[in-house]
Design a protein around this ligand. Structure first.
Ligand code: SF4
Length: 347
C-alpha cells in the first residue's frame, strides 16, 4: 500500500515508527494440507507513536490489530516492512531486521501486557518467579535484590509484597492483570504494547486497571500502543487512534477528531455503534452490508468497497493510500476530503 503517512514530527519526539509492515501466513486446506493461498493478516501498516503518548489501535475482530501489535514487538516474525524504534542513548534501530541476539538487547525497552490474565501467567509459578522472571533472564537481579525489586513492583501496581509466595490461582482477574503489568514494568521499559488488557475483565475492574495504566504512564513516562476493540475504552485512554480494516490502517488521527469528525466511511460506521449512556441520544447504527472481507482473498482496490455506501467505480480499482487530509489526520479513502461523515453523537 502506498502511503504518505510519514509523521511531520522530529525524530526526537518519536519512539516508534512502523512503515509498510506486513505479516502474511500461508493458508492450508484439504486432506493433505496443501497451500491454498496467503492470509494477509497485516498488509502494509503505517503508524507512528510519540514518546509518552497512547496510540489506540482499533478495529473489528480479525482486522489484524493484535497480529500487528505482536509483530511490532517481534513475538511474530514480520514478512516485510520497517519497525523503527528509538532506543534510549543508542538512536534508531530497525526491529524488523534484527537477529535474535540483538533483539534480546532491545526487548527490555519494549514489553507487552496480554489480554487474558488467566492464561498469560504460568499457574505453576509463584508471583515472585512470574514478576521476577524478566530480571532473572536478563541477569539484572538475584537473591535479596530480586526479592526487593519484586516487592517494589508489587507495590507500584497496588498489590501487597506479602503476596510474593502465592500462585496465580489465588488472585482475581484484576489482580492477575496487575501482576502482568508488574512483570511488564520489571525492566523499566519505555514502551508497552497493551494487547486488549482489560477486555477479559468486569467493567468495574476495567476502570481500575485503566486508571492504574494512566498513573503508571504519568509516573514512568511510559508510551503505550493500546490494542482493543472496545471503542469507549480506547477513547478514554488514547491521545490518538488508528483504525484497522483487513490488515490495513484506514484512518489515524487525534482521538477527539477521529471520534467526532471521522474522515473514513468505515470509521463512521464504527462510531455510529459506540454505546451512549443515555439511550435517547443513541444514533441509528449504520448497517454495513455483507461480512468483513477475508484477509485470504480481499477485494480489489479499497478493501472496504463492497460494504461502503459511498463507493464509486474507482474504489474497486485503485487502492486509496493513507494520506494526510488535514493536519495530523490521515485517511485512506479516495473521497475523504469531499465526504461529510458523522461521528459519535454529541446531541
Ligand atoms: Fe468507500 Fe471508496 Fe472511500 Fe473505500 S475509497 S472507503 S470504497 S468511498
Amino acid at each position: 500500500m502506498t502511503t504518505t503517512a510519514a509523521p511531520k514530527v522530529s525524530d526526537n519526539e518519536l519512539l516508534l515508527e512502523v512503515k509498510g509492515l506486513k505479516k502474511y501466513y500461508p493458508a492450508r486446506g484439504g486432506f493433505i494440507r496443501r497451500g491454498t493461498g496467503t492470509v494477509k493478516a497485516v498488509d502494509g501498516v503505517d503508524l507512528f507513536v510519540r514518546k509518552g503518548e497512547t496510540l489506540g489501535l482499533v478495529g473489528e475482530s480479525g482486522c489484524g490489530k493484535t497480529t500487528a501489535g505482536r509483530t511490532i514487538i517481534r513475538l511474530l516474525e514480520p514478512t516485510a516492512g520497517e519497525i523503527r524504534f528509538n532506543l534510549a542513548g543508542k538512536g534508531w534501530v530497525d526491529l524488523a531486521k534484527m537477529d535474535r541476539r540483538h533483539l534480546q538487547q532491545v526487548r527490555p525497552h519494549m514489553q507487552i501486557i496480554f489480554q487474558d490474565p488467566f492464561s498469560s501467567l504460568d499457574a505453576r509459578m509463584t508471583v515472585e518467579r512470574i514478576v521476577g522472571e524478566p530480571l532473572v533472564i536478563n541477569h539484572v537481579a538475584s537473591g535479596q535484590a530480586l526479592k526487593d525489586r519484586v516487592a517494589e513492583l508489587l507495590r507500584v501496581v497496588g498489590m501487597r509484597p506479602e503476596y510474593m509466595s502465592r500462585y496465580p490461582h489465588a488472585f482475581s482477574g484484576g489482580q492477575r492483570q496487575r501482576l502482568g503489568i508488574a512483570r511488564a514494568l520489571a525492566l523499566n521499559p519505555s514502551m508497552i504494547i497493551c494487547d486488549e488488557p482489560v477486555s477479559a475483565l468486569d467493567v468495574s475492574i476495567q476502570a481500575q486497571v485503566l486508571s492504574l495504566l494512566e498513573d503508571l504512564q504519568q509516573k514512568f513516562g511510559l508510551t503505550y500502543l493500546f490494542v482493543a476493540h472496545d471503542l469507549s475504552v480506547v477513547e478514554h485512554i488514547s491521545n490518538r487512534v488508528a483504525v484497522m480494516y483487513v490488515g490495513r490502517v484506514v484512518e489515524l488521527a487525534k482521538t477527539e477528531e477521529l471520534y467526532y469528525a471521522p474522515k473514513h466511511p468505515y470509521t463512521e460506521a464504527l462510531m455510529a455503534a459506540v454505546p451512549k449512556p443515555d439511550p435517547r441520544r443513541r444514533d441509528r447504527p449504520i448497517k454495513l452490508p455483507g461480512e468483513v472481507a477475508s484477509p485470504l482473498n480481499p477485494p480489489s482496490g479499497c478493501y472496504f468497497h463492497p460494504r461502503c455506501r459511498y463507493a464509486k467505480s474507482i474504489c474497486s480499482v485503485e487502492t486509496p493510500p493513507l494520506v494526510e487530509v488535514s493536519p495530523e489526520h490521515y485517511s485512506a479513502c479516495h473521497f475523504s476530503k469531499e465526504l461529510t461523515l458523522r461521528g459519535v453523537s454529541t446531541k
